[in-house]
Write a protein of this length. Sequence first.
Length: 94
Amino acid sequence: MAKMVSMGDALKEYLNKSRFKPKLMEVRIQENWEAVVGKTVARYTQSVQLFDDKLIITTTVAPLRQELSYSKDTIIRLVNEMLGETVVREVVVR
């Protein structure tokens, strides 16, 4: 007998196995960036991109770049908690 699965669960399983998953994760990080790092940091962040398991954060503000460099482990933890799974393993600040 076939197991009943909700449409939402079926879609989630499909997306988890699809090639679109990394892009979807990147969009979720971008949409929630302010909630993760705060309004001030988000305001001075030019871009947040996900390549494989690397989160690339771009800012032109030198003190912020330094602060983000010191906070890499915290950023990894907060982003992965927000996503509900381990997606980010490394942070690169540019």
